[in-house]
Design a binder for this molecule. Sequence first.
Ligand code: ATP
Length: 327
Amino acid sequence: MGKNIKRIGVLTSGGDAPGMNAALRAVVRACKYYQIESIGIRQGYEGLINNDMIELGPRSVKNIINQGGTILKTARSTEFRTPEGRKKAYEHLQKNNLDALVVIGGDGSFTGANIFHKEYNVPFIGIPGTIDNDIFGTDFTIGYDTALNTVVEAVDKLRDTATSHDRVFFVEVMGRDAGFIALNSGIASGAQDILIPEQRDSVEDLCDSLERSEESGKKSSIVIIAEGEQLGGVYEIAKQVKARHQEYDIRVTVLGHIQRGGSPTCHDRVLASRLGIAAVEGLLEGKTNLMAGIRSNKIVFTPIDEAIIKHNEIDTELIKVANILAI
Ligand code: ATP
């Protein structure tokens, strides 16, 4: 056992993601297993600043593995972005005798932890909890699989009405900077076209695709559009297509925050459980400024700077699959 770590603080930060509770549960139980204490910090970094913390034990995290959201709550803390805010956070960290932090969140949360470490030398390990799957150093982030399944279930329902009325549905899914949700859910739900931030698209190409599908005998279509797509948003795209094709019966659906909620899938629960334990073990081995992730089904640790700066590339094979199947 390393580095005199006896009490670990754990927080969830940034946007919530299904599986954060499973990760918290794993952190708390791993601490108990390794005979150290775990403290839950409420509302992300706000809880450090406001000294809002709670002792946790194995039974405090019962019945949460199946719950979406985060029982610790999460927040976007503007005060933690300031040196004064981080000073307060450090004072409370010391007051509570916390030796290290586990930060469950996205790249913003890791950036905050990294700055905090540079200023106050607080050891920490990050766990990627975000539905967008946009963090380098892991094949999957916690919450992504659940969000994908939520989208696919919703689009399956839209397909029923699209088919019955011969409609074209434009469906906006989450992904401000990354098209992973759009691309994978689009393939899984049989979309005619998928528009993602990473690809240059045009309304002309989209219309060509819809016309081709019509000529091949399709009466209805689904188009999946990531929210960060560059053509002006789902309503604008629908308007431009309608201007070219008055005859299309077009509907727009924005799936919105339902994509963040719900009971985590088996995949997310197992991932969260593994990463929670890995984070505690990593800290006990003296590791810090790392993110615990999974690659080729093996636990890996990635320097936090890399996890923040680098980005996962969209798999061109998946784009090919989507294009071939939209024939
Ligand atoms: P998601 O991917 O779901 O948006 P995230 O972790 O990237 O999650 P952010 O809102 O970007 O979400 O960051 C979460 C919190 O981390 C911020 O509210 C802030 O408290 C802290 N944080 C982010 N960037 C910084 C920074 N440059 N300096 C200090 N703290 C930061």
